[in-house]
Design a protein around this ligand. Structure first.
Ligand code: APR
Length: 255
């Protein structure tokens, strides 16, 4: 079993040599920012039934409940969440000319807050709202939350701009993400349980195109044995710090 240091060195060397690396991130990269994951230890879905509150049919049937139980809780978490070393590490790989795009399943906006410039929000974003009827967008700052669901001037109601279970992924984002997965040389897969399609298939597309897959997760996932080239079994912040330090060393010819 290779040591963690040698796995990190392999990961860093593949990044340093890559002309086109991309990242796929999940809720785990935001855990160190105080945002719980959905599955695994402390997962949100252990407390809230996703089919009862995170499915589009639940929102259509019972918008006030979904707002009260799910959306308000997430909004509170996002108010104080700041990027952590995991987000900053991906931003630094972009500045080092290694990373081109972050494809994130997260809706917290933390990659953009960290300074990443090309972010595909595969499951939308919780940082803005839109009307279910007319599609009019609104910001959290301008919306009154003493009435749930918040009304739209058109008579409809507002909801976060996220992709709920039962809703499709934006076709243009899906096609771009699949094209990037099919053409990248390295894919960093950080903090995802790799259980929700179609995001979970992106690393498989990358692997089949010959990419080097670097998985970062304290736990093994369905990718770990057959898809990941190296699996760094640790938290995103510390692992990204070590990768970036080694990549910078290779880039500056110090290693
Ligand atoms: N660093 C890295 N990974 C971590 C950390 C950490 N500090 N802490 C936990 N993890 C890992 C967990 O081991 C788990 O594998 O992050 C993963 C989080 O998995 P999920 O909660 O399932 O999150 P994600 O994979 O993003 O879920 C995909 O499911 O519910 C939907 O729309 C939601 O976008 C979400 C999608």
């Amino acid at each position: 079993m290779p040591s963690l240091s040698s796995l990190i060195d392999q990961a860093a060397l593949s990044c340093a040599k890559a002309r086109k690396a991309i990242a796929l991130t999940g809720a785990g990269i935001s855990v160190e920012s105080g945002i719980p994951p959905f599955r695994g230890k402390g997962g949100l879905w252990a407390k809230i039934d996703p089919m009862k509150y995170a499915h589009i049919e639940a929102l259509e049937r019972n918008p006030a409940d979904v707002w009260r139980v799910l959306f308000m809780g997430i909004a509170d978490l996002l108010k104080t969440a700041e990027p952590n070393a995991g987000h900053m590490g991906l931003q630094r790989l972009e500045r080092l000319g290694v990373l081109q795009t972050v494809i994130t399943q997260n809706v917290d906006g933390l990659h953009q807050k960290a300074g990443s410039r090309d972010v595909i929000e595969f499951h939308g974003t919780h940082t803005t709202l839109r009307c279910m009827s007319c599609g009019q967008r609104a910001s959290w700052q301008t919306v009154r939350l003493d009435v749930l669901p918040p009304p739209c001037a058109c008579g409809g109601f507002l909801r976060p701009d996220v992709v709920m279970f039962g809703e499709p992924i934006n076709v243009a984002l899906l096609q771009r993400a699949q094209m990037l997965a099919a053409t990248c040389e390295v894919m960093l897969v950080v903090g995802t349980s790799a259980t929700v399609e179609p995001a979970a298939y992106l690393p498989v597309i990358a692997k089949h195109n010959g990419a080097f897959i670097i998985e970062i997760n304290p736990e093994p996932t369905p990718l770990t044995d057959d898809i990941s080239s190296v699996a760094l079994l640790g938290p995103a912040g510390a692992m990204m710090d070590r990768i970036v330090q080694a990549v910078a060393g290779y880039k500056e010819g110090r290693l």
